[in-house]
Design a protein around this ligand. Structure first.
Ligand code: ADP
Ligand code: MG
Length: 280
């Protein structure tokens, strides 16, 4: 990201100097600021590619806090967040994990797609998200009190979750939630224009394509085209790709491997295009 600087390569804490562009859709900035003022943990709920990560970057800049981002995955262990002893020439040496580093320095820690992590990993955040505001490092025998400026934010896409892969009730209930969804068409077009540097008619044409794809949600398609995908398509167009190729590469191919669905989506998209264009 331009204007961001890593505080430490290992811990990937960023100080964001330049304002990351974020187009607010509702009162999300005010709610997050109020939550931060009370140091409440925040959960950003919403589909992929709708601006959650950009929002956290914007808020970290606005609140002048360093940002530590961790992308959760199914092998993410508690020690990957908290830290571990590693072998060094002088013996074993403790290395803080990114969460511990954020807790000590007073950063905003953003755990992206937290539900991907194993449940035993998720419970590590419990003592940090209630009145204790502390992180026990059992292996090291240390109880780290959170820096007064520390705050925890997680993202969560309710669309993907199965019963097996869901946050525990006791985890969910610790968070203030802010809901994200794709913005209304005129705002989404503004975002696409701004992010990809295309003209208004192109941006609104792409938003129209997205709306059609989102109508197919639930009919086999897990998600419609995200704002991110529209920006990709717009950038391909800007780079000189023909319209049908840009839509095919940025939206149709990434979104599904299912031939029937691809055909249905291709037809739905083609219906919004100038006569005779096909995506197949
Ligand atoms: N409200 C918004 N304001 C500015 N840019 C946005 C907004 N929503 C989406 N974007 C754009 O879409 C891209 C994808 O958003 P991102 O924050 O990465 O999505 P998420 O984290 O929800 O998957 C961003 O890089 C940004 O270009
Ligand atoms: Mg994200």
């Amino acid at each position: 990201m331009p204007g961001a600087q890593k505080v430490s390569e290992n811990l990937s804490a960023q100080i964001i100097h330049d304002e990351p562009f974020f187009r607010a859709v509702a009162d999300e900035i005010e709610i997050f600021a109020a939550a931060y003022a009370g140091r409440l943990p925040v959960m950003l709920k919403g589909p992929t590619g709708c601006g959650k990560t950009r929002f956290v970057e914007h808020m970290a800049w606005r609140l002048k806090r360093p940002l530590v981002t961790v992308a959760a995955h199914e092998d993410l262990a508690a020690a990957d967040l908290a830290g571990r002893f590693l072998l060094a020439p002088e013996g074993t040496v403790w290395h803080d994990g990114p969460l511990t580093a954020a807790v000590r320095m007073g950063a905003i820690c953003y755990l992206d797609e937290i539900v991907e992590a194993r449940q035993d990993t998720t419970v590590v955040i419990h003592p940090l998200t209630d009145a204790r505001r502390s992180l026990p490092l059992d292996k090291k025998g240390e109880l780290v009190e959170a820096h007064p400026d520390f705050q925890l934010t997680i993202s969560y896409n309710p669309g993907y979750q199965s019963a097996v892969k869901d946050l525990k009730e006791s985890t969910k209930q610790r968070f203030v939630a802010i809901e994200f969804s794709y913005p209304e068409p005129s705002i989404e077009a503004e975002i696409v224009m701004r992010e990809a540097g295309v003209e208004a008619p192109i941006a609104s044409g792409l938003v129209d394509v997205a709306l059609r794809s989102r109508n197919l949600r639930g009919q086999g398609l897990a998600e419609g085209a995200s704002t991110r995908m529209l920006i990709h398509a717009a950038k391909l167009l800007r780079g000189g790709a023909p319209l049908s190729a840009a839509l095919r590469s940025a939206i149709l191919l990434p979104i599904t491997d299912e031939p029937d669905l691809r055909e249905a989506l291709g037809a739905a998209i083609a219906a919004s295009l100038p006569n005779g264009l096909s995506l197949q």
